[in-house]
Design a protein around this ligand. Sequence first.
Ligand SMILES: *Cc1c(COP(=O)(O)O)cnc(C)c1O
Length: 496
Amino acid sequence: MLYQSTRGSMERQTAAQVIAQGLAGDGGLFVPESFPMMSEDDIIALSGVPYMGRAAYVMGLYLDDFNAKELGRFAGEAYSEPGFSHKDIAPLHRLDGKTHFLELWHGPTSAFKDMALQMLPRLLAASMRMTGETREVCVIVATSGDTGKAALEGFRDVPGTKVLVFYPRDGVSDVQKLQMVSQEGGNVGVVAVEGNFDDTQTGVKAIFSDERLRSELSARSCFLSSANSINWGRLVPQIVYYISAYCDLLAGGAIKPGEKVNFCVPTGNFGNILAGYYAERMGLPINKLICASNRNDSLASFFETGVYDKNRPFYTTSSPSMDILISSNLERLLFEMSGKDGKAVSGYMDALSSKGRYEIPAAMSREISRVFAGGRCSEDETMEAIADLHRGHDYLIDTHTAVAYKVLLDYRAGTGDETTSVVVSTASPFKFCGSVLEALGRQVSDDGVVMLDLLSEASGQPIPAPLAALKDKSPRFFESVAQEGMTDALSCFLRG
Ligand SMILES: *Cc1c(COP(=O)(O)O)cnc(C)c1O
């Protein structure tokens, strides 16, 4: 299987080459040339296999230049205890006959980013070996909160790698911040940026296109890579859990073979839901992929109007990992929906950077609407969704998952579509305890660690072990820079 750039101007490359590079040299994103297909029988067979076997199988279809046995070993290492605390790795929680929650937060950092970032370091190390890359890799991450910690944890003390995380100083929760600044490991760094997530991501993109920095790094036998969802090595492990959820519904008798399901996904950078789309292209019976936005609703508007417009106010919300106005991975969807037209994609992306907006043709919009629906959720509605589920079903969800749940209810009410649906649950409620306590009408505290206890008391549920361990950790990283200072911070980190 070979990969091409969404901007169309590059030669085809192998999976190992694209994972080692991260971003394509023409500014585009790497995408598979075609989609491997799964038959109904394949899916039925996978239903009898544990998560790690499903992961090895699905990844093997895309990473056919990798050694299959090695992929099996990676899956066994990445998706097991002590990193993952649940034996099913990505369990389904049944709410009622037609609504299920896919819990993707039983990993070491309590958010769904672990599903990919426990795997990516292994794929990257193997890709470097396969491509003869001997330089040290420095992984740069712009995070809205969860990717940063998951990347630090995934790459910590991995030989031949360094990892530097930039996070928006005022854009992450107390627990998220504490998780990052207390990170252990000899190859890690964490820097706060004065600004929001988009500023931070723009700063990281500037680092990647800084030629002087590149040659400085080269001289030091080092190169840059990315752990953001623009890297193919992060997307491919995410395809797995859509297929796995379907297998579990099948194995549990909730659906019949071939029956279609909906997935509703709390969306920011469009990486998670894009993986769902790839699963659909592989033959997984999906009726609708419902893209849920918070108040930062450029995606919801795009699905309604065919116009993507980032010229709108940026809101800091209780679901900070979705506080994003520029969803990078949408470019990959545009590529598929335009009939793999790299020129057209380049045009949209140029318009996005020069005018902050672009419009797609009506026919393409209609094509997208066959698979996708979009919706948005206000701050009050987010709080109500958490309170309602806790009161009515004794089920506790985080703010991001709450956005998706509310958008699913609205979608059902608006369309009458009663297809069995899976809400993709992306974080443990304990990661966002301040907002969740508020939703439950409980007292909050200005100390993140104290709030873990308060939420445990309020809900009667134990604090996830990795978060409980924060009580005994102290901060190691204090640096804060302006966006223009990010390059210097990187040079300093590499020298230090
Ligand atoms: C990253 C994240 C999201 C958004 O995922 P994308 O792949 O960026 O769309 C949603 N919820 C949580 C908890 C996250 O960490």
